[in-house]
Design a protein around this ligand. Sequence first.
Ligand code: GTR
Length: 397
Amino acid sequence: MRFVTVLVIGVCVGVLSATAADNKTPKPADELPAVKELPSPFVFSDGTPVRNADDWSRRRQQLKDLFQEYMYGHMPPKPQRTTIGRGEWTRDEENKVVSQDVELKLSQNDKTLALHVHVVLPSDGKEPLPVVVQSSFGRRGGASTNKRFTVYTERGYAVAECSFNEAAIDNKSTARTAGVYALFGDKIDCGGLMAWAWCVSRVLDALKTVDRVDAKKAIVTGHSRYGKAALIAGAFDERIALTVPSHSGCAGAAPYRFIYGRSEQLHNIVGAFPHWFRPDFNQFIGKVERLPVDQHLLIALVAPRALLATEGTQDTWINPEGSQLTHLAAKKVYDFLNAGDKISIRFRPVGHIPSTEDLLDYADHVFKNKPLPDAFGKLPYKEEKDGFSWDTPKGGS
Ligand code: GTR
């Protein structure tokens, strides 16, 4: 691929700010209190209550710190230098799209990392268009793959597809040999999920410079493991307008504390995929109640921006019943911020398959004011009585 335009979009001076080394050591799991219910979003770690929107923004920062210190590791910084190269726009008559390949060259000291993004738009779209950011599963985008983007382009959305594997390889033996780990060195404490969320942020850096897409209407999505990363991206990058984790399950929208049926648990996921997390997250195996956070708090970090979780009632490993509980708990924060209408959940009677149509219906609602089909927000499971005893503080923001 020959790139015709080269643009430097940012030179950040400074050193790594978010590393294991320069943060004070957090208390180990054994010294943290055991909390049976979902921890309250409305109480700081020292017991002080959250009373207003200012308090929430500080509590929100505290929660981001807790997720980074205990679970996912720290979001790597923006690299010192970002150079963007672009291919030409190519018209694909068969699929009625135009597409462009974009290459981000990221540099940190003497190291570089290339990320590749395939941007696809409907050829007759009313630009600038809302844009869906996602990762391919393994393969890299390219003109030959345009067919599978038509589900979005036919509804008037652009797509920017990257490859998360370029940011962190999804393999427990080789993960730390490339991607962010090679770029920033061994001070990086993040696991793969956070590295993938960082990748989404870099795609957004690039999209700012593509005037045919409306980067203020960025949607991040992903299925399963990529749904976990999409949720983390939405929680940490406030440029994302709509976050849609699809069947994200354990370490995504589903709780660690409430496991229904044979759903994935903390010990399963850390055992099979240790490279998705901070190396010391395994200290919580058998001690989930000592986790100072649970996943409703990750969802709450997205508030007041729009969020839709899509779930399948037959997708038992993914703990859809648990995701109903975290949805209700996170909604308390949305209500507190007067944004109760910005969070939704959609259950389908399916197994482990994504439902892009739900994303599009919700995006049409958020960006084009279309009415939301009745199935959104319908809850199939009975209420969990032990889920949480706290409520939205009176007075609100
Ligand atoms: C499973 C894993 C799940 C989910 C899934 C996937 O093996 O246990 O958490 O991430 O992989 O990504 O398909």
